[in-house]
Write a protein that binds this ligand. Sequence first.
Ligand SMILES: C[S@@+](CC[C@H](N)C(=O)[O-])C[C@H]1O[C@@H](n2cnc3c(N)ncnc32)[C@H](O)[C@@H]1O
Length: 211
Amino acid sequence: MGSLWSHPLQLGQTKILGGEARQLTSDERSAAPMPSGSADLVLTSPPYGGAQKYIRASSLSLGWLNLCGSATLGQLERSSIGREHFRKTETSELPDTGDRRANNRLKEVSRSDPVRAALFANYLAEMGLALSEAWRVLKDGGHLVLITGDNHLKGKPFPTSHLLRQFASDRGFQTRLILRDRIRSRGLLTKRHSAASIIPEEHITVLRKPA
Ligand SMILES: C[S@@+](CC[C@H](N)C(=O)[O-])C[C@H]1O[C@@H](n2cnc3c(N)ncnc32)[C@H](O)[C@@H]1O
């Protein structure tokens, strides 16, 4: 538990929660779900679909800090939203993303690039679960701040931010504010898969669970 403090406002207490965004727990070590309607604010910068290899980029730090050994790294990668590795069976049938047009486009892409299609379909389906979990833990009147980036798929724009806002709205969130911020510096790998382009700007969306 720490203090979230910004002069002259005392913003309250912070607490480290369990690490899985689709199933938030009361603390890092507990399997007990975080109580529904208990949070005033969820502020999240979730993975960008297929734009970063988060686990590969942090594998040495995870080992040095004793947070994850090499034996469990694969398991962590498999639970990572936006991952790039899929078993053959996972690429043959795409999950429902929650959006009909996205489903159709991904089905089309799947004919020539089943892995990229599986990546985006799983990313959207799993982000939908994370948004449902954010909705569950928020109090009525609470806010969700969502930081997202758009992607390119097979050379054409893919409206990830718009889709995630749509999913949030499907769950009942109201959009209060959308900001755009150009990404000026990059801490992780920028040289990527030829099909993955660099994300030039982030969208910061403030959403509200109605009171
Ligand atoms: C855009 S980065 C945000 C990093 C964060 N803002 C920070 O400063 O550490 C997205 C993060 O989400 C993590 N992530 C991936 N899948 C997740 C999951 N299922 N639950 C929680 N976090 C996940 C990634 O490992 C990565 O660290």
